[in-house]
Design a protein around this ligand. Structure first.
Ligand SMILES: Cc1cc2nc3c(=O)[nH]c(=O)nc-3n(C[C@H](O)[C@H](O)[C@H](O)COP(=O)(O)OP(=O)(O)OC[C@H]3O[C@@H](n4cnc5c(N)ncnc54)[C@H](O)[C@@H]3O)c2cc1C
Ligand SMILES: Cc1cc2nc3c(=O)[nH]c(=O)nc-3n(C[C@H](O)[C@H](O)[C@H](O)COP(=O)(O)O)c2cc1C
Length: 779
């Protein structure tokens, strides 16, 4: 087979040498525009896991790379006059030039033809090649030539960075955040050989322009960075090796995803590899790792399907299928980390204290969790847990383990919830005439006994015609208060939990069947007339609601006031106004469901006018010492709908009107939505609102383990975590999760204490038991 790799970066060189090693009769050439020792960039980092893989495929290259490695475990942060350090993070770094030289030497040894100083304009320059590997970097000419086939999606990110070096040697992966009159700058610094460290400086586009960095020469930019980072540089100077770049050398990162990775050009198969196929931001240092792993996977598929030309189509298909998944996973983590650095200045740096800023930075990719940090650096994490517990008003021991963040109390006005776990509101469709019955008492009572700090009842409707279904709870008469009183008395009398009551009006999503008879399906009999912001049915063919008149608004407002007064009688600790999921008040907030042309339609202020009017009226009667929350759909997941930016604007308005808490949900506003689900997928909304608007939040959605909740609370991405479906599976979710992370000093109901010790013993036995050995063959 004749193989041509266009581009002599890590991808091309490594793939070239692997193929020549596996099948010496292949004719393999690597074509590179630069000279052998000419390269941009300083050092690269990658993980132990990548090395493990490389050891299997070519031990010799792996050994040489390892002997040139700089290994370090610590991360150090300079921030607000403090230096903080943690250990156990395990990075390896190597100079890019050194790395390429090792790969080049190995290529020569194996007989790969290396051609330097040749600029390739097109793959058609190699008509006799069977396989052309386009590993010509992020600006790949080959990929751009077949843009229709490869469908590249390139997104230019807003931050600017400059890649510099210094002779000062750092013994930790060092981050330094500095504030100027125009905003925050951050340096990412790591040593990569015995004489040099990489020093990447990053800032926002706005700060870059405000400082005029776009007009600076490289020398001027260096002088600027040296002055700004003088403390961490400690007298050392910065240098550039990007002389090939014209202008100021401040770059934007380009995120690349390709729709297809291979193409037949009529004579040869062309395949993308490394940065030509995908990019991952340097915030998690994975570009070189991905390039190597691409090369390994393509070689592996040739081993699997055979090293003949007729196997190439199958090989390329399998390669793309396997790599796409892994690349997407890394790109996802890289995106989280990249976005963290993009917003760190405006969102976290001013708001968070140094300890929490450090925690937030360490968990920025959301792949490193609380328990993961404990494995890396137990001493540091325990110190952080004690710091967090003290801030939450506890008095932890001077040494050892404090309660983890999710089990610390949270104060809102005169109410202290004993821990951060919330039973999210969940409609049970089991009421008659809106009345609480034994089902609700047992259901919610069990969850309070199960350890949650705040137990929400389901959406409770402010009038009979405000209900979603005939089975929904209501609060419009004294009889309904009685059931709530009994429930509240039970929970307060038998657990430390607080009780929340969510008040809502179904709007255009009303008069439907209970969930198990057809969710959102209109009632066959007994439907009542519906109202909404605009006269749009929720389902095609469903009942069209009446667009609310001023009289309707007065009536609904007085229903909410009445329900709030009744809620005072119930003794609940907190009420939440439901402004999410497409129900009545949500229908005003979303531009998809609000087409009004009066004072209640149009911009944010108009769309929020009625929901705020209701909220203020409720706040005026709800006791001052009790908190109120507002649930928002923070993203409509639909074209033309609200996004997190809109949600933040509404959150600020509710905060100004006296909301203590924003409960950050999303979606369900229109049937035409496309939510992007995933672990903790709505938490970014909570993070944004909490830290940009400065209001306490509840994160909710696919938070299913203590580890998730602890990471979210500890990083300041939310104040409380609401858990919905896992609480349907396990009423004692909080107690069980606490036991799973090894906490034994958690209070169980005294009646259940003998179950506690047995549960903990069983968990300990299961953890100590040898793991079953997998069968060696699947046959
Ligand atoms: C600031 C910054 C920091 C980074 N830090 C890290 C890190 O810490 N860890 C990490 O793993 N990655 C890091 N990366 C990413 C890393 O540099 C790339 O992801 C990695 O080098 C990809 O390898 P590649 O072989 O696909 O592409 P490249 O390394 O870009 O190699 C492509 C090669 O093709 C050559 N070429 C291009 N066009 C032509 C042509 N027409 N004709 C001939 N030759 C051509 C180029 O000269 C180049 O040598 C960083 C990137 C940046 C920008
Ligand atoms: C059966 C069920 C009923 C729900 N009812 C309500 C409700 O009455 N009010 C509300 O705001 N959200 C309601 N939700 C949404 C949940 O409160 C929560 O936001 C959602 O399930 C995501 O959390 P999870 O991933 O932990 O389940 C309901 C969810 C479920 C599963």
């Amino acid at each position: 087979m004749r193989i041509v790799c266009i581009g002599g970066g890590p991808a091309g060189l490594y793939f070239g040498l692997l193929m020549k090693k596996l099948h010496p009769s292949h004719d393999v050439a690597v074509i590179e525009r630069n000279r052998p020792y000419d390269t941009f960039g300083w050092g690269v980092v990658f993980s132990d896991a990548t090395m493990e893989n490389m050891r299997v495929w070519d031990p010799k290259t792996a050994a040489e790379i390892e002997s040139a490695f700089n290994h370090w475990d610590d991360i150090e942060l300079y921030f607000k006059g403090r230096r903080q350090r943690t250990t156990g993070h395990g990075f390896v770094g190597i100079g890019r030039r050194k790395l390429l030289n090792i790969l080049q030497a190995r290529c020569e040894e194996l007989g790969v033809e290396l051609v330097f100083e040749r600029e390739v304009e097109s793959d058609l320059e190699f008509p006799d090649a069977d396989l052309i590997v386009a590993c010509d970097g992020v600006a790949s000419k080959v990929r751009n030539r077949y843009a229709d086939a490869f469908a590249p999606d390139m997104l230019t990110r807003p931050n600017r960075y400059i890649w510099l070096g210094t002779k000062k040697l750092y013994d930790a992966f060092t981050f330094d955040f500095r504030k100027t009159e125009h905003g925050w700058f951050q340096a990412h610094i790591y040593k990569f050989d015995e004489t040099t460290s990489t020093f990447i400086v990053e800032t926002t586009e706005a700060a870059y322009h405000a400082h005029g960095l776009g007009e600076f020469s490289q020398e001027q930019s260096i002088a600027f960075c040296e002055k700004l980072f003088a403390e961490v540089l400690d007298g050392a100077s910065l240098m550039t090796n990007a002389r090939h770049l014209r202008g100021s050398a401040w770059l934007n990162f380009n995120r690349l995803i390709c729709g297809k990775w291979s193409h037949f050009n009529g004579r040869s198969h062309v395949v993308l590899m490394g940065d030509a196929a995908h990019t991952a931001h340097f915030a998690i240092g994975s570009g070189t790792k991905l390039a190597f792993e691409d090369a390994i996977e393509l070689a592996r598929q040739f081993e699997h399907f055979g090293h003949q030309t007729d196997a190439i189509p199958k090989v390329l298909e399998a390669y793309e299928e396997v790599r796409r998944v892994d690349v997407a996973r890394i790109q996802n983590a890289a995106r989280n980390a990249m976005e963290w650095f993009e917003v760190a200045g405006r969102r976290y740096a001013d708001a968070l204290e140094p300890e929490q800023f450090m925690y937030s930075m360490l968990t920025r990719s959301q792949r490193i969790s609380h328990e993961n940090l404990r494995l890396r650096d137990k001493t540091w994490l325990e110190g952080y847990e004690r710091w967090f517990a003290r801030r939450a008003g506890l008095a932890p021991p001077a040494e050892g383990r404090a309660p983890p963040p999710m089990l610390t109390p949270h104060v809102m006005r005169g109410v202290t919830v004993p821990n951060r776990i919330v039973v999210s509101p969940m409609a049970m469709y089991s009421a008659r005439d809106g009345l609480i019955n034994d089902f609700h008492l047992v259901h919610l009572g069990a969850r309070a006994l199960g350890g949650a700090g705040l137990v929400f009842g389901e959406m409770t409707c402010v009038s009979a015609d405000a209900r979603i279904t005939p089975g929904c709870l209501g609060l419009w008469n004294e009889a309904q208060v009685e059931g709530w009183k009994r429930l509240v008395a039970f929970i307060h009398g038998n657990s430390p939990a607080k009780v929340g009551l969510q008040l809502g009006h179904a709007g255009r999503k009303g008069a439907t069947k209970v969930a198990w008879e057809g969710i959102d399906q209109p009632l066959d009999h007994g439907a009542w007339p519906l109202i909404s912001a605009s006269a749009l049915p929720y389902l095609p063919g469903g009942q069209t609601p009446r667009a609310m008149t001023r009289d309707d608004m007065e009536k609904v407002k007085s229903d909410f006031i009445r329900a709030t007064r009744l809620a005072i009688e119930t003794g609940v600790d907190l009420i939440e106004l439901h402004c999410a999921h497409g129900y009545l008040l949500s229908s005003f907030l979303s531009p998809i469901t609000n087409l009004r042309d009066d004072a209640h339609g149009g911009g944010h202020e108009n769309r929020a006018r009625f929901p705020l009017e209701v909220f203020r009226a409720m706040r005026a009667v709800w006791p001052d010492d009790k908190p109120m929350s507002v649930r928002l759909s923070c993203h409509d997941w639909a074209d033309g709908g609200n996004t997190a930016e809109d949600a933040a604007i509404f959150a600020a308005m509710f905060k100004a009107a006296g909301a203590d808490l924003i409960d950050c949900s999303s979606g369900q506003v229109t049937t035409d939505d496309h939510p992007v689900y995933g672990r903790m997928y709505q938490t970014p909304f909570s993070d944004k609102i909490r830290n940009e608007i400065g209001v306490a939040t509840i994160a909710v959605g696919a938070i299913s383990e203590a580890d998730h909740a602890n990471s979210i609370i500890a990083a300041g991405r939310a104040d409380l975590c609401a858990i919905a479906r896992p609480h349907l599976a396990d009423p004692a979710w909080t107690l069980h999760e606490a036991a799973r992370i090894g906490l034994t000093d958690v209070a169980w109901p005294k009646q259940y204490l003998s179950g506690k010790s047995q549960y903990e013993t069983n968990l300990a036995r299961a953890a100590a038991a040898p793991q079953p050995i997998a069968p060696s063959s699947s046959s």
